[in-house]
Design a protein around this ligand. Structure first.
Ligand code: UDP
Length: 351
């Protein structure tokens, strides 16, 4: 039995969360505060939102610093004053990767280098967020941490994200090997929950908002591609569990659900939650070819399923929250005060 909740060794420690005003970072900050950590969030609020941390701004254990992770002076100061660093600041989302590849490299590689150089200088435990994208289009399912990665050519922008995060992983492991920096890398698979925006392409918030507006759900390709969606509460429980486990140091871990669903099934589930009109699904689902949805030559990952045996063996983690429950939570989030939520569904012509 692995007891995460009350590890007195970690209570009262100071955690730096880069990207802590983003979707996953803000949930992580909540969880750390609940466990008695002091939390400093560093976020440039480019994709992160003040709204995500508004409820903790007055918390005595919380501080928000608005700056870039590439600012080495700020980073050095913050790292000095913290005991553990969670590095989640990154350019995220397939849409953003295709529209602004320069930013992907600058944020993901320069920012991570600045951060790791500082944590190595001050010898601070560093948790690095990576992504299931690093597996690329490998057809060996499920993906195990030691599997080969299969990526497309450099002429296809889509793969730049996977490359940039793989560089972060190499760099973190290099610091671990060369100077003994205690690093842990976690590869996040499709994570969903309240506060996630569809602005950068993520399918669940897009479908939920489309359904709430009575618009057809835009299913890309033939809809038979599949993903495993994991609730953000499960994900932050995994991240903190890894941070508090000495045996995790120097390792890479998959963090995700193993319950596979096709995007067409997901669309049907979302529609069934919004209303039960017996109208034909054909009217309520719009198939959009990939080259219209993204860019000509776009390659989607057909299936993506994690092997989570390593994290299970190390900290006893596995997901607890099923897809239906998370979808209910996402609906509740977008139903509550819909006017104040960002408009996340782009008109089809601007995609
Ligand atoms: N997708 C879709 N409609 C949308 C947005 C995404 O059908 O409006 C598809 C996308 O092509 C992919 C899957 O949903 O096959 C998951 O997309 P997401 O961007 O959420 O995550 P990914 O797994 O691509 O990183």
């Amino acid at each position: 039995m692995h007891a995460f909740r009350s590890n007195p060794r970690w209570n009262g420690l100071r955690a730096l969360v880069t990207g802590g005003a983003g979707f996953i970072g803000s949930h992580l900050a909540d969880e750390l505060l609940a466990r008695g950590y002091h939390v400093i969030v560093l976020d440039d609020l480019s994709t992160g939102r003040l709204d995500n941390v508004a409820h903790v701004l007055q918390h005595p254990g919380f501080r928000l610093i608005r700056d870039s992770v590439s600012n080495s002076v700020t980073i050095d100061q913050l790292v000095t004053s913290c005991d553990v660093v969670f590095h989640l600041a990154a350019a995220v989302g397939v849409d953003l990767v295709i529209r602004d590849p320069v930013r992907v490299f600058e944020t993901n590689i320069v920012g991570s280098h600045v951060l790791l150089a500082a944590t190595a200088r001050h010898h601070k435990k560093t948790l690095i967020a990576s992504t299931s994208e690093v597996y690329g289009k490998s057809e060996k399912i499920p993906y195990h941490e030691e599997d080969d990665r299969v990526l497309g050519p450099t002429s296809n922008t889509r793969w730049s994200y996977a490359i940039s995060k793989a560089v972060d992983e190499f760099l973190a492991l290099a610091y671990h090997q060369q100077v003994g920096l205690p690093v842990v890398i976690f590869r996040l698979f499709n994570t969903i929950g309240p506060r996630q925006t569809g602005r950068y392409g993520m399918v669940v918030p897009r479908f939920v908002q489309q359904a709430l507006r009575g618009e057809p759900l835009t299913v890309y390709g033939d809809g038979w591609q599949s993903r495993c969606f994991c609730d953000v509460d499960d994900v932050v429980r995994a991240i903190v569990g890894l941070a508090e486990c000495d045996d995790a140091v120097g390792n890479v871990f998959n963090v995700g659900s193993t319950a596979e669903v096709t995007i067409l099934e997901l669309a049907r589930k979302v529609l069934s939650l919004v209303d039960d009109r017996p109208s034909s699904l054909i009217d309520r689902i719009k198939l959009v070819p990939y080259d219209q949805a993204y860019a000509p030559g776009f390659e989607d990952t057909r299936r993506r399923v994690p092997d989570i045996s390593r994290i299970k063996a190390t900290i006893g983690w596995q997901p607890r929250i099923c897809l239906d429950d998370t979808l209910h939570r996402v609906f509740a989030y977008y139903r509550q005060d819909r006017e104040s939520r960002p408009a996340i569904v782009d008109p089809p012509t601007s995609r």
